[in-house]
Design a protein around this ligand. Structure first.
Ligand SMILES: O=C(CO)[C@H](O)[C@H](O)COP(=O)(O)O
Length: 226
């Protein structure tokens, strides 16, 4: 396992310490979350009583593979905790998410949780968001028009592809990756994007994270919301 994967494993497993018996837990998406779900499965085998709501079809598959019981919003509308990854985290704990294309479900699941714990390696901590192109989920119908309106806010949106094909989210939508450069006012940008017809959701998670579990070399640090 390379150093990056070791870091992901370290923080993914550390975050599981936040999970208590009887909890309903939102399960994020991405390669760091993989390790969290695997560890959670081990805890379930040891007797932990927990149910998860997955944020992507891939995470649901991992949960089934590792034996984490799943539930859904028809049965539970409030979660005790969500654990998820991120692509960037700033000093106010605002996030860019959606590198893995699951941002819409991730935001719904995060919004349903009493606490949002984010697991990242130290390279994802930034002073200002925006080096990572902002993922924006859009309706396929008229995406070209939506992209034109997004471009007017100051970027050149790129339609995400998967090989030769257009990338399609679990919701049947497209992702526009939007390189805005340094985002001085994430809340205003998020609101401006949401005002555009055809935009489903943005990868800006403003004021949602409560705790960041960060991997730095061989140790884990926890940053809590002020
Ligand atoms: O937002 C996400 C998926 O939509 C992921 O949490 C984010 O891309 C981080 O992924 P990884 O842990 O693989 O670096």
């Amino acid at each position: 396992m390379n150093e990056a994967d070791q870091m992901k494993k370290l923080v993914g497993e550390a975050a599981v310490e936040n999970v208590e018996d009887g909890m309903k837990v939102g399960l994020g998406s991405g390669s760091t979350v993989y390790w969290m779900v695997k560890k959670l499965g081990e805890r379930v085998k040891e007797g932990l009583d927990v149910e998860g709501v997955p944020t992507s079809n891939t995470t649901a598959e991992w949960a089934r593979e590792f034996g984490v019981p799943l539930t859904d919003f028809s049965k539970v509308q409030e979660l005790d905790l969500t654990i998820d990854g991120a692509d960037e985290v700033d000093e106010q704990l605002h996030l860019i998410k959606g590198g893995g294309g699951a941002l819409f479900r991730e935001k719904v699941v995060a919004a349903a949780a009493k606490e949002l714990v984010i697991i990242v390696d130290g390279s994802k901590l930034v002073s200002q968001l925006g080096k990572f192109a902002l993922p924006v989920e859009v309706l396929p119908f008229g995406w070209e028009v939506t992209a034109k309106h997004i471009a007017a806010l100051g970027c050149s949106p790129q339609l995400r592809t998967a090989g030769e094909e257009t990338y399609v989210t679990d919701n049947g939508n497209y992702i526009l990756d939007c390189p805005f450069g340094q985002i001085k006012d994430p809340a205003t940008l998020h609101n401006d994007l949401k005002d555009i017809v055809g935009v489903i959701e943005t990868g800006l998670f403003i004021g949602m994270a409560d705790k960041i579990v960060v991997g730095k070399q061989d140790k884990v640090e926890v940053i809590s919301k002020a």
